[in-house]
Design a protein. Structure first.
Length: 334
């Protein structure tokens, strides 16, 4: 079986179209942050982010444990209980929220159209922290958040989202990453989900703690619950994303961990990340044999690094001479 895996697409629709048109695979997996922003216009993006942050500021001042959507609903419904300024800001926020949700749904409709027109194999998608819950979109039939499917005798299970607040996304329609500490204990819905499903292949957006989850200057930010599950079980493959800076492939026990880094371009505090990265994963007899790190830039396709995963650790098979990613950085030791 050959899988083509993309994560953090970030509105990179031209590249996505090129992938679907020019590659062949038995299965395509898109793992989170399919969308990047809620509007096509940067001015409107800034306007919505500003309105959202103003409501969060009001919530912080009033100590209200509500989402901006729920708070503004209350302010609009009972205006006599709020200052006129708060009611006005609530109307502005809800108007932009409605437009943001519609624009994002329009984007997912475009993506579904691309898939229907160009994909020659099954495509499954997982929402990230920049996405709406895909059940509200045209991608709902491809959604694998808290769902499983079987292919080639293997079970695939997905859990999307990330435990961060993402500015500029309609928060009420986003996937909630249900993992938190309470009374000295860590509760993790993704851990419970994977323990119940026991898949051979785990598809996640937010990585497990300690596996491709290190942000420069911050450290490891991955899921403790998913890590506990993986310490107890050994699926054949775990694919993740979210942390663009911790690109790599690693084999520990019988499990291959993979983060090819962002497919779509993105500007962050760490600088411009051009993206274009994706992975080809080959499996035989329920085990990963080869992982290829690839890149597409302006419809030019390149295989940068090929890793052999048949032994106890991933090893270099080949590397493109002018690869922007070094094999010693991509292929990790235990």
């Amino acid at each position: 079986m050959k899988i083509i895996y993309l994560t953090d697409i970030h509105d990179g629709l031209h590249g996505l179209k090129a992938i679907l048109q020019n590659t062949e695979a038995d299965l395509y997996l898109f793992s989170g942050d399919i969308i990047y922003k809620a509007f096509f216009s940067y001015d409107r993006i800034i306007e919505f982010c500003g309105a959202q942050e103003e409501i969060y500021y009001i919530l912080n001042e009033t100590k209200e444990d509500l989402t901006p959507f729920d708070f503004t609903t209350r302010a609009i419904r009972f205006p006599e209980k709020f200052k006129a300024e708060v009611v006005e800001k609530s109307h502005i926020y809800r108007d932009l929220y409605k437009k943001a949700a519609k624009t994002m749904k329009d984007k997912y409709e475009i993506i579904e159209g691309l898939i229907r027109k160009y994909a020659r194999s099954p495509v499954y998608c997982l929402p990230g922290n920049y996405d709406l819950d895909l059940q509200y979109t045209e991608l709902y039939e491809r959604d694998i958040h808290r769902k499983s499917f079987e292919m080639g005798g293997m079970k695939f299970s997905g859990y999307g989202g990330a435990p961060v607040w993402t500015s500029g996304i309609p928060e009420k329609l986003a996937v909630v990453f249900h993992e938190y500490n309470r009374n000295g204990r860590n509760y993790s819905e993704p851990e419970d989900f994977f323990r119940e499903e026991l898949p051979q292949i785990c598809v996640i957006h937010n990585p497990a703690y300690g596996f491709m989850d290190k942000i420069p200057g911050v450290g490891n930010i991955g899921s403790q619950g998913i890590r506990r599950y993986l310490d107890d079980f050994s699926p054949a493959l775990v694919v993740s994303g979210h942390v663009h800076e911790d690109q790599g492939v690693l084999k520990k026990k019988n499990t291959v961990y993979l983060n090819p880094s962002n497919f779509g371009a993105v500007d962050s505090v760490h600088g411009h990340q051009a993206g274009g990265f994706y992975a080809e994963v080959f499996l035989e007899s329920d085990q990963v044999t080869t992982v290829n790190l690839c890149r597409v830039i302006e419809n030019q396709f390149e295989e940068l690094i090929s890793a052999d995963c048949t032994e106890n650790s991933a090893k270099l098979k080949s590397q493109k001479s002018d690869s922007p990613v070094l094999a010693e950085d991509f292929i990790r030791g235990v």
